[in-house]
Design a protein around this ligand. Sequence first.
Ligand code: APR
Length: 314
Amino acid sequence: MPTQPPDYRSPKVTVIGAGNVGGMLAQRIAENNLADVVLCDIVQGKPQGLALDLLQARAIANHDREIIGTNDYDDTKNSDVIVLTAGLPRKEGMSRNDLLRINAGIVKDVVAKAIAQSPNAILIVVTNPLDVMTYLAWQVSGLPTHQVIGMAGVLDASRFQTFIAMELGISSADINAMVLGGHGDLMVPLPRFSTVNGIPITELMPKEAIARIVERTRNGGAEIVKLMQTGSAYFAPSAAAYVMVESILRDRHRIFPAAVYLSGEYGLKDIFMGVPMQLGRQGVKKVIELQLTNPELATLHKSAAAIQENISLL
Ligand code: APR
């Protein structure tokens, strides 16, 4: 038997919302041996069933992580990270903003219950409309701003990377992409800061190709909703949430675009919006301010104005 120091405790991640994104995220966390997972949902039996299914894969998937499914927030006690995926996903023809009122009610309810059990957790918000729900979750949680982060930029950048790779016929592994702004039609993919092993894509692709890819990135989620007809993306969203949880728990200080609280950076205040930041065990270590051109900054401010308008509806 391996011996553990007496205070040894596995990291614990609570995933609220045992739906497509939440279930897939739980699988990624457990099967990568990152942390124990609590799946918490309002529907009786659903998280319990999923947890049991994930446990039954444990021998094959070769990990020893505990996975609990529950409807009771007591089971989420002392979580290191809470990932909020509870809410309705977008349906075809429904904008992220249509979701605002319904998901705001859910976020208010579940964040209060979850933070009461884990007052020191880092909170990652996935529920849409992302930037507004992150702001609301921060308000309800009472957490310091560096402990609340919205997951969108990693996903949007990954979509941008994929389309660049497809266009150039090269490996996604060699591509870095930067997408700022709100998670929606007004997001701001930045070709100047998107590179293939250090070479800006502006040197590798004609303007028209870049414009087409930028547009496809902006509609990355909607394109999938349209194809699926019932349901929305979850493989890439859960992968994006996973790398954020991993950077926190392993204190890796990776730099990602994500929705963080701005207090003057980029000329914006009292808003959560996607910008590059450094992510470690304490949450947001640093917000990185890029030197943007005036047109880039104007597009970013347009995106911010749309978020602020929705915040005022809360
Ligand atoms: N408390 C806990 N769980 C809830 C609550 C609540 N008050 N309300 C809804 N849920 C649960 C649902 O029961 C469901 O299991 O949230 C889960 C949502 O799962 P899906 O419908 O499969 O949605 P999913 O595709 O996972 O997307 C979740 O992430 O990307 C965003 O727009 C998306 O906001 C949506 C969220």
